[in-house]
Ligand binder design. Structure first.
Ligand code: ZN
Length: 495
């Protein structure tokens, strides 16, 4: 083997710790509301989530059920018995001086999630997923933590249930990480345990190191050498899919430059500064032993063996996409659009059950989602109006209004002015004209436009569009252009 036939390159190895907020009505260890969007600071609190002496935590069943659902969806091992630990550290947002979390017996062990990135399907391993409570939140007045005049603390968030999902170091690119996060959110939303629109509902820490791969030309990678265990950095404070992709791309470049210049990449925690688009050294990473984990004696071990069997999960997005293709004969792209959220998929199925599936697919995937997208609206914002959209599709299916009026007048008025479909049809007088009126308008158009008629008879097909236009104008757009076209051809004089 000659020197020229081998090539060494640096490749990233990435693992994630993703914190997601579980959608439960109340906090994980007390009855306080988790909905603090419009609440004054420190109003959704009680002695338990404020960590007052003598208060005792009581585990919220809904949080456990949400965790079990996720475990089932990622095909994790859910043990018969799980327990909680205290993770001790001091920080102003943590009133008890410890966080209740899970340590050696997480509710989900193992598992995987399949992602598709740039046409490649890969399975990303999940090491574990566990339940824990969120700390409170800090507000630094007058700027950044280092420059703020003072800091306010709000315990409304303290005790909100979180699921921490730890992946295997299976990612090979920042793009793959982004694809994974989208997929994870999609699955969580399908399970009904997560709301991506909620502020701070997704927080990501990423571990990243570069390994040297030696490749023999034509034979692919044969040797992977971890340069040094000390070169791994942890990037914290990432809060979006795009942020994760950008932060990791930055960190790969930074580490690669250091290695290529012969400098050492130190093991450390770095903070992702979204505004500046860089990672900044934060502090030395704590060793696990510094947290002095010990068992949470106030919460007995939790038996989930029998309980988990009674917690069903819905059909997941991948399975639903495949079924939409086989059951309704949809293409891959339409199936993907129609399963983009569980609400869209449910709505499509309800419509497809009543009307022609092709019509349902066009109206939901193209027309409705297109108009919503144009207005930067989410399907969840119109979820309570599905009956009205259903009625609109019915008007089209039963040929009571033209498709064009349905799309351009009725749907737009529904979205822009909040009107109901029948209300728009009546207000705009959109009901299709009866056939006598159309026949009259066709005959008038023929009588009044002899030149266009001659052109049509001479074989100029374009001229018929002019006549169709005249009829549409005369009937106020209530006639169907296809019907008019046909009528014109039937009623034109013989040559
Ligand atoms: Zn509370």
């Amino acid at each position: 083997m000659t020197q020229a036939s081998t090539r060494a390159s640096l490749s990233p190895v990435i693992g994630l710790e993703v914190h997601v907020q579980l959608e439960t009505a109340t906090k994980i260890f007390c009855g306080c509301s988790t909905d603090s969007e419009d609440a004054e600071p420190n109003t959704n609190t009680c002695p338990v989530c404020l960590g007052l002496p003598g208060s005792l935590p009581v585990l919220n069943e809904a949080a456990v059920e949400a965790a079990v659902k996720l475990g089932k969806a990622i095909e994790a091992d859910i043990p018969e018995r799980t327990r909680f630990h205290r993770k001790n550290y001091f920080y102003p947002d943590l009133p008890k001086g410890f966080q209740i979390t899970q340590y050696d017996a997480p509710i989900c062990a193992g598992g995987h999630l399949e992602v598709t990135h740039e046409g490649d399907r890969r399975d990303i391993g999940i090491e574990r997923a566990h339940l824990e409570e969120d700390p409170g939140s800090l507000q630094h007045e007058g700027g950044h933590i280092d420059t703020a005049e003072y800091t306010l603390v709000d315990y409304n968030r303290a005790g909100v249930p979180l699921m921490e999902i730890v992946t295997e170091p299976d990612f090979r690119s920042p793009g793959e990480v982004r694809a994974f996060l989208s997929k994870l959110e999609e699955v969580l939303e399908y399970l009904g345990i997560y709301n991506s629109q909620r502020d701070g509902s997704l927080r990501i820490d990423a571990n990243i190191s570069l390994i040297e791969e030696t490749e023999i030309e034509g034979e692919g990678p044969v040797d992977k050498t971890v340069l040094s265990d000390a070169n791994r950095t942890e990037v914290k404070n990432i809060s979006s899919h795009k942020g994760a992709e950008t932060a990791l791309a930055y960190e790969i470049t930074r580490q690669r430059n250091a290695i290529e210049r012969g400098r050492e990449v130190t093991q450390e925690t770095r903070h992702w500064d979204e505004t500046r688009g860089i990672t900044v050294s934060m502090r030395e990473k704590e060793a696990e032993k510094e947290y002095r984990y010990f068992r949470e004696a106030d919460i007995p071990p939790l038996e989930v063996a029998d309980w988990k069997a009674e917690i069903p999960i819905p059909e997941l997005p991948d399975a639903r996409r495949e079924r939409f293709q086989s059951e309704y004969g949809l293409g891959e792209e339409a199936a993907a659009k129609l399963t983009s959220t569980k609400q869209v998929a449910d709505f499509f199925e309800a419509v497809a059950d009543r009307f022609d599936p092709d019509l349902a697919a066009t109206w939901v995937a193209d027309t409705l989602l297109g108009e919503l997208n144009y207005r930067d609206m989410e399907i969840t914002e119109v979820e309570d109006r599905f009956d009205e959209f259903d009625r609109l599709i019915e008007l089209v299916a039963e040929d009571e209004i033209t498709e064009r009026n349905a799309r351009e007048v009725v749907l737009r008025s529904m979205l822009d002015d909040g009107m109901g479909p029948d209300e728009v049809v009546e207000a705009e007088d959109l009901g299709k004209t009866d056939s006598d009126e159309i026949v009259d308008a066709v005959d008038t158009a023929i009588d009044e436009n002899p030149e266009a008629v001659d052109d049509v008879l001479a074989g100029e097909d374009g001229a018929i569009n002019f006549l169709v236009g005249q009829v549409m104008q005369a009937t106020g757009g209530r006639a169907d252009p296809g019907d008019v076209n046909q009528l014109l051809r039937e009623r034109l004089p013989e040559e």
